[in-house]
Design a binder for this molecule. Structure first.
Ligand SMILES: [Zn+2]
Ligand SMILES: [Zn+2]
Length: 260
């Protein structure tokens, strides 16, 4: 089946009612960072198997996959828009930057990073603020210095992250967003294409521009569902294979000399 046929088939499943809220998945990874699916696999999945109107590709510390996705989506007249975005590894945890055009350096403080985003006319979203892995324990750091987070120019807080099946993040985040007086959004944090669209944010309108206005106006709503079992399984299997290949796991030693 040619791609335009697939897209046309999918178009017929999208609502044509202009009053139906739009749907956006604001947090998607590809193999330009630690995702497992190519940009084209991701776009094809969104076109054929979801009814997303907007997606943001937010690879870790690179805009390249996101830029490519936007170009391809326009070239092939995909029935959704792509926002250029990035998930920045700040010194204080991850930060989603949407509607950006230039790379944002990693490793800066969250204040410096949000200033970079704002200077480009972009929007900052705080993802998974209570995640307990890696650099992501953002909210806990903020709880020790709450004035920091209150002063940040955040457009929204990710109140539901589709990847985080375990841990308290998704139960604590909605209250955190409310406490800050920020709109709550949901994103899949997909690292494989099957997961894109599992969680999404609704907004009045159907375009990226309408989404932007809805973020400004606080008229976005989170809709949270976890990934499908297939998505968790594929991500687990592929990551295990990749990590064993890229980063050999420590092995038990029998005290014998290791031959290299
Ligand atoms: Zn993250
Ligand atoms: Zn992510």
């Amino acid at each position: 089946m040619k791609i335009w046929q697939k897209i046309t088939r999918r178009l017929t499943r999208r609502s044509t009612d202009p009053h139906t809220p739009g749907k956006a998945d604001l947090h998607v990874h590809t193999d330009f960072s630690d995702g497992l699916s190519s940009v084209m696999q991701t776009l094809d999945w969104v076109a054929r198997h979801t009814d997303m109107d907007v997606i943001a590709i937010t690879d870790h510390d690179t805009l390249e996959g996101s830029r490519l996705a936007q170009t391809l989506a326009r070239k092939y007249l995909m029935p959704f828009e792509v926002i250029v975005g990035v998930e920045v590894s700040t010194a204080d945890g991850h930060l989603l930057a949407l509607f950006v055009e230039e790379p944002i350096p990693a490793g800066l403080s969250i204040e410096e990073t949000t200033a970079h985003v704002a200077a480009q006319g972009g929007m900052s979203i705080l993802p998974h603020p209570f995640s307990r892995t890696g650099l992501m324990m953002v909210a806990e750091r903020y709880q020790k210095a709450p004035e920091r987070v209150h002063d940040l120019p955040l457009a929204a807080v990710e109140s539901f992250n589709g990847a985080l099946l375990m841990g308290p993040c998704n139960s604590l985040s909605p209250g955190f967003a409310a406490q800050l007086g920020k709109p709550a959004v949901a994103g899949s944090d997909a690292h494989v294409h099957y997961a894109v669209g599992s969680s999404f944010t609704t907004f009045p309108g159907r375009t990226a521009q309408a989404l932007r206005q809805a973020l400004h106006g606080g008229t976005v709503r989170p809709v949270g569902h976890y990934w499908s079992p297939q998505a968790y399984f594929m991500t687990g299997v592929k990551w295990t294979v990749l990590q064993r290949h890229l980063l050999p796991l420590p092995r038990f030693s029998l005290g014998l000399p290791r031959i290299r």
